[in-house]
Design a protein around this ligand. Structure first.
Ligand SMILES: Cc1cc2nc3c(=O)[nH]c(=O)nc-3n(C[C@H](O)[C@H](O)[C@H](O)COP(=O)(O)OP(=O)(O)OC[C@H]3O[C@@H](n4cnc5c(N)ncnc54)[C@H](O)[C@@H]3O)c2cc1C
Length: 134
């Protein structure tokens, strides 16, 4: 055995973001493999981190909400230790040059808003002709 033990790894994963940690856990848990995760940063987690300035302002570096049905996978990855909060309606606003598009949480409301933006004056449009359909 080497001093570091690195030579004994069956699988090497480079990067400890969500992708790397998910990729590392599968062969470790289900394949009984020895997995080595290499991370260049001094903290694990990739873009799941947040940082603060002046101890007042907090900035997420990446993930801040998830859509679709990510809950079961997140449960698996965290052994159920992360709790998800439902998104409120209008949880984000996308700013385009000519209009803003507020994103709704439920699929039905989101689809309805897409339709209305594409066919009508849209949501808070700046110009009568703007929108995904022009
Ligand atoms: C501002 C922003 C907001 C986002 N918001 C959302 C959101 O709300 N919802 C959503 O689903 N997604 C969001 N995303 C996307 C999501 O954060 C990323 O898709 C996801 O975090 C990528 O995970 P990853 O594991 O692939 O990469 P990362 O999290 O980037 O991890 C890569 C890791 O690999 C390490 N690494 C790279 N090269 C090497 C090397 N040569 N040697 C060793 N280590 C290395 C890095 O240091 C890092 O830790 C957002 C992204 C950004 C930038």
């Amino acid at each position: 055995m080497s001093e570091s033990g690195y030579e004994e790894a069956d699988v090497v994963v480079i990067g400890s973001g969500m992708g790397g940690l998910a990729a590392a856990r599968m062969p470790a848990q289900f394949g009984g493999k020895k997995v080595l995760v290499l991370e260049q940063h001094y903290m694990l987690g990739g873009m799941t981190h947040e940082f603060s300035r002046e101890e007042r302002f907090k900035f997420g570096t990446g993930l801040h909400y998830m859509s679709g049905n990510a809950g079961p996978f997140l449960d698996f990855m965290t052994d159920g230790r992360v709790q998800l909060n439902p998104l409120p309606d209008d949880y984000d606003v996308l700013h385009f040059p000519d209009f803003d598009f507020s994103v709704r949480a439920s699929r039905e409301k989101y689809q309805a808003r897409c339709r209305s933006a594409a066919t009508g004056p849209g949501i808070r449009m700046g110009h009568a002709h703007s929108g995904p359909s022009g």
